[in-house]
Design a protein around this ligand. Structure first.
Ligand code: XBP
Ligand code: MG
Length: 236
């Protein structure tokens, strides 16, 4: 029996990456006096590594191998990332990013139908509450029984840990849930947690490999703006 819907955040609930996270990283770099600038295209590559701190470290190793990092590299990256979170949360509070088509309706209809809702994301908890508050108002966060986010598990997506964490917290079996994701890393994470997974694609993820998804659509959609079916496995 279906009891709960589990949602990814970035790319699934809202298109937060290109005009949100990316811009916030760049603001944090500029503020720290660094001349790094992540273009829309470069950021698409960097998204292969989930987690902002992990992404910064990957960028350094790959694009600035000669960078004279301060002795406390972990602290340096954590400081940059904290500034990035501050910029990102401010952008959301200013109403910067709307929910994707069909998201609010899906959440509210699911809730009204008695389904339990949860979030499983690699992003920082403050970012999740900022997005929900800025788009759904103060009751936005309360829609979700459990918000699994960020460093609460050490291994981020594509590892299944964050989904396993949420399932344990809610006392649910994966067979009682459906997960919603937008990316290959997210899909791997959910599928490896034994979850039936619906994928909603976006500009950064359209070309990903979605093998193993129960259904792939280009959006959840509204009656006036229906989704396009990209792939579906009969019998799932
Ligand atoms: C989202 C991420 C996050 C965000 C940035 O992946 O990878 O790292 O890009 O957030 P998913 P933080 O949608 O698969 O959860 O900087 O807070 O990590
Ligand atoms: Mg995502």
């Amino acid at each position: 029996k279906l009891r709960a819907l589990l949602f990814d955040v970035d790319g699934t609930l809202a298109d937060t990456e290109r005009d949100g996270h990316r811009v916030a990283f760049n603001r944090a770099f500029a503020e720290a006096g660094l001349d790094w600038n992540w273009s829309v295209e470069l950021y698409g590559e960097l998204l292969a590594v989930t987690g902002g701190k992990e992404r910064i470290r990957h960028f350094l190793e790959r694009y600035h191998p000669g960078f004279e990092a301060p002795p406390d590299l972990v602290g340096f990256v954590a400081g940059l990332h904290a500034a990035k979170t501050r910029h990102y949360v401010r952008m959301l509070a200013e109403g910067g990013i709307p929910l994707r088509s069909g998201v609010e309706r899906l959440l509210k209809e699911a809730k009204a139908a008695g389904l339990r809702l949860a979030i499983a994301t690699t992003t920082t908890p403050d970012n999740v509450t900022a997005l929900l508050a800025s788009t759904l108002g103060e009751e936005g966060t309360a829609l979700f029984e459990c918000i699994g986010a960020g460093d609460v598990v050490p291994a981020k997506k594509p590892a299944p840990d964050i989904y396993v964490y949420v399932l344990e917290k809610m006392g649910l079996d994966p067979a009682e849930c459906v997960a919603f994701e937008d990316s290959e890393n997210g899909l791997r994470s959910a599928v490896d947690a034994q979850l039936t997974t619906i994928v909603t694609t976006n500009d950064y993820t359209r070309s990903h490999d979605f093998g193993g998804a129960a259904l792939v659509v280009d959006r959840f959609g509204e009656p006036g703006e229906p989704f396009d079916l990209i792939d579906g496995e009969a019998g799932d």
